[in-house]
Design a protein around this ligand. Structure first.
Ligand code: KG4
Ligand code: ZN
Length: 343
């Protein structure tokens, strides 16, 4: 039995998990920091890093105890090494290095995006490479062809905001708590998706890229106008995001021979988005796979699993592995006009 310890602290969730190479989750824990960041309406990097330092050691102890294992029973330590808020990234990576060094275990420095990208294979044993991946999180919105572990070709990215960022900004405008995605999804249940006319940026354009900044501005104007009920705004905004994701993914499907469509990242926890993409996959005769909601939002099981995928291929890192604020999955992808730092 190959056991991997996974550590995650790249944003506002501290997480630890023990996962086996045959897909068993022996134990895991995730502690969010929502209340610490809520007064600011977004994640404050300094507060996040300090909170990771305070919580991560006790989570490691708890997860090992829950699984009735010691660090000596672990085959490798997988820690997120980026991309993310650098102060937070360093917490899990340095903890991982310390554990690996003291216990004489290999270290695997995991790309957080690779964690999301491979997470569907943890939940879905029959999911084979290649697949077309829609990766939608707070910091990223990309379409990638996943051909194997470490083998990613980016077909599209966002030219401004990520999808989760759009949910968070729209929620803030509506006076909803952070993180905005779950709050908007909840409120949207009481609203009408066609009550508020909102734009679908880039829908119909010739490349499958994304844009959400104009949608956020339109929500802002609608809120200021005072003409619409919050639930109608939430439902109409969510529908606009669904329509953008479906149209852009459709274009990518038309350009890809991959037999499966896969969705991952925090925004993939959204039920309306899951259903719409499942329908799209069926229309294009592709297999559809999306992890359970808890595996879509940040967690350490996906980091341990990405570690397991790499460990079984003999792919480990030295203790000099750097922490990286920016770390694109496809280093060769062209820069897209309008795209900022989002890789
Ligand atoms: O993957 P994740 O947990 O962290 C990053 O790597 O960014 O994604 C967090 C993002 C946040 O923007 C949050 O609002 C969004 O995922 N999110 C959702 C839902 N749950 C989380 N967006 C829409 N609907 C949801 N149910
Ligand atoms: Zn994430």
């Amino acid at each position: 039995m190959t056991v991997i310890l996974g550590l995650e602290s790249s944003c506002d969730d501290s997480a630890v998990a023990l996962v086996t190479a045959d897909r068993r989750i022996l134990a895991q824990a995730v502690v969010g920091q929502n209340s610490a960041h809520q007064p600011y309406g977004g994640v404050v990097p300094e507060i996040a890093a300090r909170a990771h330092v305070e919580i991560l050691p006790s989570l490691i102890r708890k997860v090992l105890d829950d699984a009735k294992l010691s660090i000596q029973d672990v085959d490798a330590v997988a820690a997120t090494a980026g991309p993310g808020l650098i102060g937070g990234v360093m917490v899990a990576l340095l903890a991982g290095k310390g554990l690996a060094l003291s216990a004489g275990k290999p270290l695997i420095a995991v790309n957080h995006l690779e964690g999301h990208a491979l997470s569907p294979r943890l939940a879905d044993p029959d999911l084979q490479f290649p697949y077309l991946l829609l990766l939608v999180s707070g910091g990223h919105c990309q379409l990638l062809e996943v051909t194997g572990v470490g083998d990613y070709r980016r077909l599209a990215t966002t030219i401004d905001d990520a999808a989760g960022e759009a949910f968070d900004k729209a929620a803030k405008l509506l006076g909803l708590p952070y993180p905005g995605g779950p709050a908007i999804e909840q409120l949207a249940k009481d609203g009408s998706a066609d009550a508020v006319p909102l734009p679908r940026p880039l829908v119909g354009s010739g490349e499958p890229h994304f844009s959400f900044a104009g949608l956020k501005s339109a929500v802002q104007r609608a809120v200021v106008s005072g003409d619409f009920a919050p639930a109608d705004l939430a439902a109409s905004f969510q529908q606009a995001v669904v329509d953008c994701l479906v149209d852009r993914t459709r274009l990518a499907l038309e350009r890809s021979d991959a037999p499966a469509l896969v969705v991952a990242g925090g925004v993939a926890a959204n039920q309306a988005i899951r259903s719409a993409l499942e329908e799209l996959a069926a229309r294009y005769h592709r297999r559809f796979s999306v992890p359970p909601g808890w595996l879509c939002t940040d967690n350490a099981a996906m980091i341990a699993w990405a570690g397991a995928e790499r460990f079984t291929r003999g792919d480990c890192d030295g203790l000099e592995a750097p922490a990286r604020a920016r770390w694109p999955l496809d280093e060769t992808a062209d820069k897209v006009r309008g795209a900022g730092v989002k890789a």
